[in-house]
Design a protein around this ligand. Structure first.
Ligand code: TYD
Ligand code: MG
Length: 453
């Protein structure tokens, strides 16, 4: 008899409760997989080629996009340009300008030459009422500039605080999905990528685009770090001009524009970003250090990567930078994620340490292992094609890299071979010559050992 078993006695009330609860709950709607409309839905192209590329082909109806980046990098500029393009094509666009007054927006629009575009401005920081205005306007696209400037009523925390961001994010998702409106929200993300910043929104939104920043220079790289409707790591490349952001048609050429073949410490490689190969230049500088711990400064790559490659260069290549301050950067403000650029970093470092320019028409492609082995990179064919297109005649590659037409491959298996293959005889100039009053370095600062053949 079941009431005498312990399990049944304990289980009975719970089971009764569960079945009662089941009876009360209305079942959720279901849908057969095969009957779901295919594709990501209709794309709303902004007709700004590099923005559409980063988006994966344009805005998807009902999607939520986050555009982040440092203050002043060009988020509002791009938003206004996109809004104008859409509006001029008859798409109803609502622009929530929480951060700036309509006058300021109008001034920027005049600078961009789009002041007559039929954009509806909503100068409002209360998120709910701004979104209600967009819906009432029949918007097909809605831009919120910025997430830090709007607030959700009824929460204690200040606009831009973690609780506000989380709540605003949830409301925006519901708004975009519920009303089927393509929604873009901008957010300031500082270099430190502050934890309580718009990064909190990353998991909520469909697409995350970040401007990678060059502090100087006009090039701007917009990278898709998340895209539910397209490839991640796709990058859009722009140039900031007096009349807004211009899509760069030939980014590789733009990244190499500052290339000075006479300067030491410069090496070119090709990285694959999203669906296309891009040539970039690694620039390194090595100078005698007067610090107990010489400095290592990296921009556009992890400092740990620089440390690692210097260590490999010292141990496996016999080329030491112990007493040198070393700076390494990537041209155009691009952030390197691709280990295929290692060999170029190594070549740039060698060239900088020896103060000896590399061959103008040689490029470098390969991953570097801790053992000093040079490993092949993925998509080598497309990278080599890009380098050949730009006029490079030779490329140092890992042994086993398939040849392509138009560029001569110089296979190397390890760092030592690579250092030998970087070519030109060493300049007849010691590193410390002309360095202040001392013709010879102090004994504690030994210059790098020349490479034994
Ligand atoms: P902005 O879009 O306001 O940056 P964000 O919204 O990311 O903070 O861009 C600001 C910078 O761009 C500012 O320093 C001025 C410059 N700019 C131009 O060089 N040309 C232009 O046409 C515009 C509109 C801005
Ligand atoms: Mg702005």
């Amino acid at each position: 008899m079941e009431q005498f078993t312990g399990a049944a006695r304990a289980g009975a009330p719970a089971a009764q409760l569960a079945s009662r609860r089941r009876a009360e709950v209305a079942p959720a709607a279901t849908i057969a997989l095969a009957s779901v409309p295919d594709g990501a839905g209709e794309r709303l192209a902004t007709e700004i080629p590099e923005f559409d590329r980063a988006l994966g082909g344009g805005l998807v109806a009902g999607s939520l996009v986050l555009v982040g980046g440092d203050p002043g990098i060009g988020k509002s500029t791009l938003m206004l340009q996109a809004a104008a393009r859409l509006a001029l094509r008859g798409v109803a666009v609502t622009y929530v300008c929480g951060e700036e007054s309509p006058r300021q927006v109008r001034l920027r629009a005049a600078r961009l030459g789009v002041e007559s575009a039929p954009i509806t401005l909503v100068p409002e920081t209360n998120l709910e009422s701004a979104l209600a205005a967009a819906e009432a306007n029949g918007a097909a696209a809605c831009i919120i500039d910025s997430i830090q400037s709007v607030y959700v009523e009824g929460l204690e925390s200040r606009a831009g605080g973690p609780a506000q961001l989380a709540e605003a994010g949830a409301r925006l998702v519901a708004f975009a999905k519920g009303a089927g409106i393509a929604t873009i929200v901008t957010g300031h993300v500082t270099k430190g990528g502050e934890i309580a910043g718009p990064r909190l929104l990353e998991h909520l939104v469909d697409v995350v685009l970040y401007f990678e920043g060059a502090e100087s220079g006009a090039l701007r790289v917009l990278r898709a770090v998340k895209n539910r409707f397209g490839a991640t790591d796709e990058v859009g490349v722009f140039e900031m001009t007096g009349a807004g952001l211009r899509s760069v048609e030939n980014p590789s050429a733009a990244f190499l524009e500052s290339h000075d073949p006479e300067a030491s410490g410069c090496a070119v490689t090709a990285v694959v970003e999203g669906s296309r190969p891009l040539a970039v230049e690694l620039q390194a500088l090595a100078v005698p250090s007067f610090l107990a711990t010489p400095r290592r400064i990296a921009a556009g790559m992890e400092t740990s990567r620089l440390h690692l490659l210097l260590a490999v260069l010292a141990r496996r290549g016999g080329l030491n930078a112990t007493n040198l301050d070393v700076v390494a950067t990537v041209s155009g403000g691009m952030r390197l994620r691709d280990p295929g650029a290692d060999l170029a970093v190594l070549a740039a470092l060698e060239s900088a340490i020896r103060d000896r320019p590399l061959d103008r028409w040689t490029a470098y492609l390969g991953e570097v292992a801790l053992s000093g082995a040079i490993r092949p990179v993925i998509n080598s064919g497309r990278r080599l094609q890009e380098l050949a297109r730009l006029g490079f005649r030779r490329c140092l590659v890992a042994a086993g890299t398939p040849a392509i037409e138009g560029i001569t491959l110089i296979p190397v298996t390890n760092v030592r071979e690579a250092l030998v293959a970087t070519g030109a005889p060493q300049r007849n100039k010691p590193l410390f010559e002309g360095d202040g009053a001392t013709a010879t370095p102090p004994t504690s600062r030994r210059p790098p050992q020349p490479l034994s053949p």
